[in-house]
Design a protein around this ligand. Structure first.
Ligand code: 5AD
Ligand code: SF4
Length: 336
């Protein structure tokens, strides 16, 4: 039977059964422990114009910022000392200019000097030499969502130009793996025009590209973006699909890291916490200082979302002082 048939067969199983199977896998591989990474949204300046995102270039109502690198490094140092966390994600809008490339490079080098810290970047599509340069600076992991595995749906939710090409994005994921990154990707769930077949294909895509980490979340319609007003599924339905996606992915890729993402809290009152029953094993609290965070408006309602409730609920399951490399990656490199 082909992979797509396997995934479809799982997809048709009752949700509660999938939940049970995914939880069993998480217990046996991760002993129900949760990896933690702190995320800093270092800049909201973006050259892209994705039709769903509040940070798109043409949205002039956003106050654009770039946190000075010494402020970022100091923040990380404080958190390492206070909480013992040793894995940090630096996320930004996408930019290709030299100034930005050096800025990120300096953050990576500065953070690496603090101690044995796992540095994760989420800074969009870049040229091979940039990925290589950041890796040489010390970056360990990279997150780049494919957004959807369906090229024609991708076209519908992005402007039609070379800056927004599905093929280029897929190529970027391959480059990242070639540069030796632990590579993460993911999709949005419940996009306008997206079908359940698209979601099944998303799982097949992530498996075929042999991804190490996944972050997926519900699509959140955002006022002021071109896609706002297109018909979307109810919150309940998007939540249900997010649960199904996480659990099926966990069954298909048992040893990858699956993050419980912030946007889940917008489709379910305790979405981010509940997702740990559906196959997730990574929590990513946002530590961006509030005066910057309130401008990182990717989607409607985001800045209000703290995750202290998750930390409280799971304090005894969180591995505070561990980097939490994906088991999948460790196996992948040891196979070479
Ligand atoms: N709803 C949900 N997720 C979104 N993203 C961007 N805009 C939205 C939205 N309206 C996600 C994309 C991107 C990540 C940084 O945020 O998947 O890769
Ligand atoms: Fe920029 Fe990312 Fe938003 Fe697209 S999704 S506009 S690349 S921040």
């Amino acid at each position: 039977m082909s992979l797509v048939d396997d995934v479809r067969r799982l997809w048709q199983m009752p949700d509660e059964k999938l939940k049970e199977m995914a939880s069993e896998i998480v217990s046996s591989i991760f002993a129900d422990e949760i990896f933690i990474r702190y995320i800093v949204e270092v800049s909201n300046i973006c050259q892209k114009n994705c039709l769903y995102c509040g940070l798109r270039r043409e949205n002039t109502s956003v106050l654009r910022y770039q946190i000075p690198e010494d402020e970022v490094i100091k923040l990380v140092e404080e958190k390492v000392n206070c909480d013992g966390v040793v894995s940090f994600v630096f996320q930004s809008g996408e930019r290709g200019d030299e100034e930005f490339v050096r800025y990120i490079g300096r953050i990576v080098e500065g953070v690496k000097k603090i101690g044995d810290i796992s540095v994760v970047l989420s800074c969009g599509e870049q040229r091979r030499d940039v990925y290589k340069y950041w890796r040489d600076c010390g970056a360990d992991r990279y997150l780049l969502r494919i957004e959807t595995s369906n090229p024609s749906l991708y076209e519908k939710i992005h402007p039609k130009d070379l800056l927004h090409s599905w093929e280029r994005r897929k190529e970027a994921l391959i480059l990242l793996k070639e540069c030796g990154y632990q590579t993460g990707s993911g999709v949005m769930i419940g996009l306008p025009w997206q079908t359940e077949d698209d979601l099944i294909s998303d799982i097949v895509f992530l498996k075929e590209i042999d991804i190490d980490m996944v972050g997926m979340g519900p699509y959140i319609p955002t006022p002021g973006t071109p896609l706002f007003g297109e018909k979307v599924l109810s919150k309940e339905e998007r939540w249900r699909l997010c649960c199904k996606m996480a659990s099926v992915l966990r069954i298909v890729m048992p040893d990858i890291n699956i993050a419980s993402t912030t946007a889940l809290d917008l489709v379910h009152p305790f979405g981010r916490a509940e997702m740990f029953d559906w196959g997730a094993n990574v929590l990513m609290p946002d530590i961006t200082p509030m005066h910057y965070r309130q401008e990182y408006l990717i989607y409607d309602g985001k800045p209000a979302l703290g995750c202290d409730y998750c930390i409280e609920r799971y304090s005894d399951r969180i591995l505070w002082r561990e980097k939490g490399d994906p088991v999948h990656y460790l196996k992948r490199v040891n196979d070479f």
